[in-house]
Design a protein. Structure first.
Length: 258
């Protein structure tokens, strides 16, 4: 069964039909979803979703573009939420230099702090990295992220950077971009990365795969990503689903769950 390792069903784009959409997941073969926090407010909503739906798990964290909202008191709130039984990861955290603010220094500070929180709570991390490969790897190495583990989600770098991440024990998150006509770089990453280090994700409502590119994404589109990976790897879609589900359960510590 398909495991969507990175979604944002708290997003306002789902306000009109969230319950009906989530109710349709099981019959479509989507049996596990990790909803990922990106700010304090979205993390709060993420935990609410995880407590409402048995098949949704929560990741607690502040996205690099939102770290200006953090201070020591709010970080303690994150720490408290990370102890919630429905929380399976710290994320999404990392660096995003696409925009000039927040400053790289501030982003790196809170990236490191959230890595340390993950270490303390013995949880994997979900790393967001955009236009910041070198600094992301530097912070990961400085904080011995290889001892923490996790995934570099919505991977957007070269196969060489992917290999460095995999060698550190990290998974690579693969979503709709692998289906894009201009997604050559992502196809190379999938070709090189061992299947036991690949995770399926949507990042919904963003990054819908072809032929739905530009529309609102959801976990229901994941079979399109599965087919693309299967074609690149020369294996069946069923194998892709089975292996990536095992990978996700292993990373998130859910192997004992039915």
């Amino acid at each position: 069964m398909i495991f969507d390792t990175h979604a944002h069903y708290d997003d306002e784009q789902f306000d009109e039909d969230r319950e009906a959409l989530l109710a349709s997941m099981e019959s479509a073969g989507i049996t596990n979803i990790v909803n990922v926090g990106a700010s304090l407010e979205t993390t709060r909503k993420t935990l609410e979703l995880a407590h409402k739906y048995d098949f949704i798990h929560a990741a607690v964290g502040v996205h690099p573009s939102e770290v200006a909202e953090l201070d020591e008191d709010k970080f303690e709130l994150l720490r408290e939420w990370s102890q919630d039984g429905r929380c399976v990861a710290i994320g999404e955290i990392g660096l995003d230099y696409h925009w000039p603010e927040p400053s790289p220094e501030l982003q790196k500070k809170w990236f490191a702090r959230q890595l340390q929180l993950a270490r303390q709570q013995r949880l994997p991390v979900i790393i967001h990295s955009r236009d910041a490969a070198s600094d992301t790897l530097e912070v990961m190495k400085e904080n011995h992220a290889e001892e923490i583990g996790g995934v570099v989600h919505c991977f957007s770098y070269s196969k060489e950077i992917a290999k460095i991440c995999v060698d550190m024990g990290f998974y690579i998150g693969i979503g709709g971009v692998v289906t894009f006509k201009n997604g050559k770089k992502m196809k190379e990453v999938v070709e090189q990365t061992p299947m036991d280090k690949i995770l399926l994700e949507t990042d919904c409502p963003y990054l819908a795969p072809e032929p739905n590119r530009g529309r609102r994404n959801s976990s229901l589109n994941l079979p399109l990503v599965v087919d693309a990976i299967a074609a690149i790897k020369g294996i069946s879609a069923e194998e892709v689903i089975r292996i990536t589900e095992d990978n996700a359960k292993r990373m998130y510590g859910l192997l004992m769950e039915v």
